[in-house]
Ligand binder design. Structure first.
Ligand SMILES: CSC[C@H]1O[C@@H](n2cnc3c(O)ncnc32)[C@H](O)[C@@H]1O
Ligand SMILES: [Zn+2]
Length: 434
């Protein structure tokens, strides 16, 4: 691959020193940025294989969805308006028990299509039949941090340990480094301490992080306290979880003591899922306090069955609005901070901030380009606020991952869109009939 030049755009780099660059240019060679700056500073002698003219357009790093169950697109709008445990136990788990590998492939493909079209370039996924998710990531060109979900209670606990371990061995670093892996014990209420200890032994062996649901609902806190006499955070801390890199989804209900534990964790990322937390009426995560206290917080959508889409633009604006109303403080979680959560903080939460999350020379070339010549993006007082509060996914023209153009002028180049929609519809119907 030669050099790709994108010029004429405003850049939101997400770097602390030069957050916004006007009349900017970006040059990509192979999978990396080799120039990010003002167009006037481009080296004169460089020649390009392709030039994208991006006047009236805005470029930012690709968004990182830090918590998904991609194939749950198949269950979109299948079970709505329920609390978490009733939703899981009565509606979702019975159907998931009938899942086949092929379902997960098409469910993940349609999820990836939706994510690319709404500006996500990397997603952290926890589900079943993860070889299929990995294949979908490999073929589509997106980036994924993938993990086999393990349920310690019930008949598959031991098998899940073996499958999760083998998945990491098979896929870590594959697809030109776009696939990274984690181990995923589902939650403290499905993975008791002895089981978690076994997961940590594998994490020790393979040096991969842990992806887990933590402190999502009041019911979870109450049940764990009744069973063990401590909060879920205190429980998993005693098992040694926070001696390992952890990506913790939710963390909605935290005590002061929990905060102290989290602040001491070795490498913790929290995935905040505001729409899922609202829809399941789980509560409002104390995100502004987490950030104030130095915790790393990314944004996630959770699965499409509790959201009901995978749109990170919506998730950013919901995160901002929810913190404001939750704290009764309109200065809480401003737009710039939401953008960081969706990019560089998300990269930190998955342990990849050295490679992802900013437009910066030497980093992996993952970016998205917005068309700002739209009525709802005029006048251009503040491009950060526009991106969080006004932009829509249809404004995203171009998506690049690892230097490869996945979507150009809204045409996804790596996926047969019509086929994926057809197969996802077909497999979801078959799954529900099975
Ligand atoms: C073991 S694979 C993942 C497992 O998690 C379930 N799930 C989806 N959304 C949530 C959520 O918000 N909290 C807890 N568990 C969730 C999914 O259906 C799979 O069974
Ligand atoms: Zn989840």
């Amino acid at each position: 691959m030669g050099k790709l030049l994108i010029r004429g755009a405003d850049l939101m780099t997400m770097r602390d020193d030069t957050f916004i660059i006007h009349d900017g240019a970006i040059v990509i060679e192979d999978d990396k940025f080799i120039f990010v700056g003002e167009e006037k500073d481009l080296p004169q002698e460089w020649e390009y294989d392709k030039i994208i003219e991006a006047k009236d357009q805005v470029i930012m790093p690709g968004m990182i969805n830090t918590h998904t169950h991609a194939a749950m697109t198949l269950l979109r709008s299948y079970a709505d308006d329920l609390p978490l445990m009733e939703w899981l136990e009565k509606r979702i788990w019975p159907v998931e028990a009938r899942l086949k590998a092929e379902d997960v492939y098409w469910g993940s493909m349609v999820a990836i299509l939706e994510m690319i079209k709404s500006g996500t370039t990397c997603f952290a996924d926890m589900y079943f039949y993860m070889d299929e998710v990995a294949k979908a990531v490999e073929e589509s060109g997106i980036r994924g941090v993938l993990s086999h979900g393990m349920i310690g209670v019930g008949p598959n606990g031991e098998k899940d340990l073996a499958v999760g371990r083998q998945f990491c061995k098979d896929w870590e670093g594959k697809a030109d480094g776009r696939i990274r892996t984690m181990l995923a014990p589902h939650a403290p209420y499905t993975c008791p301490p002895d089981y978690l200890r076994k997961v940590l032994e594998i994490a020790d062996e393979l040096k991969v992080p842990i992806h887990i649901h933590l402190c999502e609902t009041e019911t979870e806190i109450k049940n764990i306290k009744e069973q063990y006499g401590k909060t879920p955070i205190q429980l998993v801390d005693e098992v040694g979880l926070f001696d390992y890199p952890v990506l913790a989804a939710h963390c909605v209900h935290l005590s002061d003591k929990d905060f102290e534990i989290l602040k001491k964790a070795k490498a913790l990322g929290i995935a905040h899922n505001p729409q899922s937390n609202m829809k399941l009426a789980s509560g409002i995560a104390p995100v502004q306090r987490m950030l104030n206290e130095g915790l790393t917080v990314g944004i996630g959508t959770d699965g499409a069955s509790s959201n009901n889409n995978l749109n990170m633009l919506e998730e950013m604006s919901t995160a901002a609005l929810l913190q404001k109303v939750g704290t009764m403080d309109s200065t809480a979680l401003p737009a710039g901070e939401c953008l960081r959560m969706a990019t560089i903080y998300g990269a930190r939460a998955i342990g990849q901030d050295a490679e992802l999350g900013t437009l910066e020379v030497g980093k992996k070339a993952d970016l998205i380009i917005f068309d700002f010549s739209k009525p709802h993006l005029v006048p251009r007082h503040n491009i950060m606020a526009h991106t969080v509060y006004s932009a829509q996914s249809s404004d995203i023209l171009t998506v690049i991952v690892n230097g490869q153009i996945l979507m150009e002028n809204r045409e996804v180049k790596t996926i047969d869109e019509e086929r994926v929609l057809f197969e996802a519809e077909r497999t979801s119907k078959e799954l529900l009939r099975r």
